[in-house]
Design a protein around this ligand. Structure first.
Ligand SMILES: [Mn+2]
Length: 337
């Protein structure tokens, strides 16, 4: 058999536990526009920490908990920033956060929360993560933060029960689109199989993440598909606040639309532009060899993975159009390199 794609730094995993247990209460803030991996991996780490005598809470830092994620075990225990009372905490554990400041209002309301003296434990799989913690477990070859979390919990000696397995498999499935993306390794699949052995239900997770949808989602997709446009090699559509209101939909309901657009013949990358207060939040994907959307996102101050990344465009129509042109040109250059 071949060796695994990557090895967990077991000393760092043990050190993370020691540090996290030394805190009275650990805040696990999720990245803005949280997804299955962000919530699941943080909740799993928290549950394990509690089993070992530590304490903490998961914070939805931008105040928006996507409805479809309420199937996750323990999701009713998350603290929603701006809605629930924020408990006292003396440490941060950031899981799946490539940038410690992309936390929505939890950060912008008081940057000292991140930039002050509170120690940070950093567990992530984004290639753009700059290792901002006092302990860093950053493994870009892992397909999901939940894949790293599974192996950390093994080092911690946690007994996996059904809810924990379901959480971790949901994180892995979310980021790999059900073990289908190019960062899915043999190790990812073995880890997923181990979680299924404990009782995780892959069919249920696939249904909730990829198949079951509300009528508002179909409304949103049909209108957004009508607006699909080309800019050179870039295929994109906009999700305006008006459109979300018309369909009574949440922006998270459009997340899989960018995956649907990706792979369209003639395109090198696809994007969804979500209108927001300061301009547009952009979500990008590619299936084209050599095209690196993390690098394109980084060009605009964002980040992510080589095949899935995002950034914020601040400004108006001129800035948006400049982004579209530049992103298309960068992708065309990369594809021919
Ligand atoms: Mn992730």
């Amino acid at each position: 058999m071949t060796s695994p794609a990557w090895e967990l730094d077991r000393a760092a995993a043990a050190q993370a536990l020691e540090v996290l247990k030394s805190a009275k209460n650990v805040c696990f803030p999720t990245h803005q526009n949280v997804d299955a991996d962000g919530v699941s991996s943080a909740l799993a780490m928290l549950k394990a920490l509690r089993q070992l005598g530590g304490n903490g809470f998961v914070l939805i830092s931008d105040g928006r908990f996507p409805r479809y994620l309420s199937f996750l075990p323990y999701s009713n225990e998350v603290v929603i920033y701006g809605k629930d009372e924020l408990p006292d905490y003396d440490m941060l554990c950031m899981v799946d956060c490539s940038d410690q400041r992309r936390l929505g209002k939890f950060y912008t309301d008081d940057p000292e929360r991140i930039d002050g003296d509170t120690p940070i434990v950093n567990i992530d799989h984004h290639v753009t993560n700059d290792r901002y913690g006092i302990v860093n477990i950053v493994e870009p070859r892992a397909a999901a933060a939940a894949e790293i979390a599974t192996h950390i919990l093994e080092v911690w000696g946690i007994t996996f029960d059904l809810p924990l397995a379901q959480l971790l498999l949901a994180g892995i499935y979310g980021d790999t689109l059900g073990l289908r993306t190019d960062n899915t390794t043999a190790r990812t699949i073995r880890t997923a199989a181990d979680l299924v052995d404990v009782g995780a239900d892959p069919a249920r997770i696939s249904d909730v993440l990829f198949r079951i949808k509300s009528a508002s989602t179909v409304c949103l997709w049909s209108r957004a598909l009508e607006g699909v446009s080309w800019q050179g090699s870039l295929l994109y559509t906009e999700v305006t606040r008006r459109l979300l209101a018309d369909c009574n939909a949440d922006a998270s309901e459009a997340e899989n639309l960018v995956n649907f657009l990706t792979g369209t013949e003639g395109s090198f990358l696809s994007a969804i532009l979500y209108e927001n207060e300061s301009g547009w939040r952009v979500s990008m994907r590619t299936l084209t060899p050599n095209v690196d959307v993390a690098a394109i996102a980084a060009h605009f101050g964002g980040g992510g993975h080589p095949k899935a990344a995002g950034c914020q465009i601040t400004g108006g129509i001129a800035e948006r159009d400049a982004f579209l042109r530049t992103a298309s040109e960068l992708a065309t250059e990369q594809a021919s390199s």
